[in-house]
Design a protein around this ligand. Sequence first.
Ligand code: DGJ
Length: 737
Amino acid sequence: MGIVYDPNSQTFHLQGKSTSYIMQLVKSKYLAHVHFGRRVRGSNLGGLLAIRRRCSFSPSTDPNDLTLSLDTLPQEFPAYGGSDFRVPAYQVQMEDGTTVSELIYESHRIYAGKPQLEGLPATYVEEDSEAESLDIVMTDAAIGLQAVLTYTVFRDHDAITRSVRYRNTGNRSMKLLRALSFGLDLRHSEFDMLHLSGTWARERHIERRPLASGGSVIESRRGSSSHSLNPFMALLSKQADEDHGEAYGFSLVYSGSFVAQAEVDPYGTTRVIMGINAFDFSWLLEPGEAFQSPEAVLVFSAEGIGGMSRIYHKLYRTRLCRGEFRDRHRPILINNWEATYFNFNADKIEELAVVGKELGLELLVLDDGWFGKRDNDKSSLGDWFVDLGKLPKGMPDLVSRVNRQELAFGLWFEPEMVSPDSDLYRAHPDWCLHVPGRRRTEARQQLILDYSRQDVRDYIVTVITDILASCPIAYVKWDMNRNMTEIGSALLPPERQRETAHRYMLGLYEVLERITSRFPSVLFESCSGGGGRFDPGMLYYMPQTWTSDNTDAVERLKIQYGTSIVYPISTMGAHVSAVPNHQVHRTTPLDMRGHAAMSGNFGYELDLTTFTEAEKEAVKRQVALYKQLRPLIQFGEFYRLSSPFEGVDAAWMFVSEDHKEALVAYFQVLAEPNAPLKKLRLKGLEAGSNYLVYDADAPEENEELIFGGDDLMHIGLNVPIWKGDFRSRLYHLIMEG
Ligand code: DGJ
């Protein structure tokens, strides 16, 4: 790992474990991109960049050298207005209304470690020896704009992070109209684009399509990263699959509206840009002021999509997630939402805890409905005071009743919201996002608190802190159930109204930092109607996310498979729920629901008190098995084996870091008539070792099957062909000797 600048060729070489990222200064001014991909030694870095004269429609900046055109130069941080007609990474408007700018190299600095980003989540290092960073200072002297491009390369992860700090060094104000996190011109366009799309209850389905001329864009304009399109995009070589081929990943550490675009120009260069969505964004920079972009995490793998995912998994699990729970096993929980919805009281919750204890569960989560007059979703958000009708002796009493059953206690909040029917709204009608004279559009009968305001943030931090400090609450579910409309703030001046959405995000991050650092022993799980804000920004504050409101085992195969493209297993909440399933009315066996949910942070979300003795016995077995397998599932390496998007079955596996233990989960979603024999080629094992393979649910009934790692990886594991739909099996593999 290291960053080397060669003054002769004016090249920068960022070397990761097995990747190289190379840039070159052209005419000592323009920062050109040379290579991002497999690691090279760099024997002639200065000779790699090819520049060719095109036509007058790609003009040159220098009348004496028509070879160089910014329109065809592969660039690191493209501008608008000075002869590059492709999509820019930034745009600035001056007081005189002009929007032309050009950034020229000024200086650079290479240093050990990785800087934090002011007010924003980002990957981090614990010791300076884990990373090296590079700041490249670019300036537009004519207008007094400085952009510091920051790059970090890691010792232990094949990832490169990029971010930009914009500063007004002049003496006139300017407005950033576009302030993205990076630009990158890859020198060919033979790519497929892969991204994660969906909607509520159908999040992060995988889509793959060839790039074509022009722009391929994914974005959110919803004020949150959204269910619809995740802030992630991959470019894949045409032949790339799970295990082979080149895969580039681009992931944004941000939870608000974003844009990612791959634009193929007429000469086959692919320009990738990513950052805060410029749509309805601007940021006023007074002289001396700075603006920090979010961080983008760029990953290259020559080992296909799976290789790319495992780089993200390890980096995000160990150097994005933080806090005491980063490396701790996550508790098995029972959540009362699908068990009772709003219809509960203290006795009912205690009954759930009593059965929970009998079954071996570790945490009871009280979901929506414990505060204000919240008997349905029409009121009370903002009134974070216990409903003494439901919990007559208050929260401390309920918590101790649950704790007496040896379950920890967790509580749901939706702290970014306010119901029009609430005391908070009646007292402070201007505390929500709104535009004077316009309708305040409600969604789920609620409005969004204006987190760009310090007074709103202070109020929320105080009320949440009071509750968390009042009794031993071990877990918080932080929900957020709508997207932004009428984005405006009562406190911002007209010229800063378009800053509201990003100021909201900065405010949210400030609140999360204050609350999570005040309660370091509390496990926080984020949620936004399930996975509407499943993004790296939220994971920085809360190491797990409720993956989806869809708890159907079949739907979960796709949702969890898609989510695993970027996000580690330890970040995915997954619960067994009742049948017929509340979202799709499908009935699947308890075994399959258990196996799907055990492939994440395991829990239950149904009324345990209605279980038969036989069901209780089955759940006890699931819970005991998960406790045994939990380290492997939550912290092992994850391999996708068979895609639920492609056939009638699905499979994945977890392998311990030392390769001595593995778990394979196989799901037959639909039975096929007279189906061909199926073999699952396993991954990540040691070819030269033997593994004992058995059905994890019934180890005592198993015959001893021993296979070589090479047999299992190159020939495959025989999986059953069952009659009937919705069947599944977990295979536990233990290395011999
Ligand atoms: C949406 C969440 O995703 C659900 O799990 C639940 O907490 C409800 N909100 C409660 O209103």
